[in-house]
Design a binder for this molecule. Structure first.
Ligand SMILES: [Zn+2]
Length: 117
């Protein structure tokens, strides 16, 4: 695997850690006892199962973080499968500059342009 791709993996892993910290903090600070209980439950749950748990419930204030966690987890999963960095539509390699802007990018430049039209 190219060295630059490993840097993206590192960035994605760091982002998962940050999102975990934010979500746990927000839930544990909640006035809602259910959300407090959930924060305790999440601590002993692998991060790969978090989105499933959080999506079953509606947290308007946290939906941005949950959506982002979902994307980051999906990208890390692609590393496991060896398909990270390839366009979801045409399977060509996504440029490093595009991945640099967002390591969870799923489409190459030309496919992203097509879907934007
Ligand atoms: Zn493409």
């Amino acid at each position: 695997m190219a060295h630059s791709l490993l840097l993206f993996k590192q960035r994605l892993s760091n982002e998962v850690e940050q999102l975990r910290t934010i979500l746990l903090w927000e839930l544990s600070q909640s006035d809602n006892s259910y959300e407090q209980t959930l924060s305790v439950k999440l601590k002993s749950t692998p991060t790969t199962k978090w989105v499933e748990l959080l999506q079953n419930n509606v947290y308007p204030t946290l939906s941005e973080q949950v959506t982002r966690l979902n994307k980051v987890e999906a990208a890390l999963c692609q590393f496991e499968q060896g398909v990270y960095g390839f366009c979801a539509d045409c399977e060509t390699q996504i440029s490093v500059s595009k991945l640099n802007k967002d390591p969870t990018e799923q489409r190459c430049k030309s496919c992203a342009n097509k879907s934007a039209i």
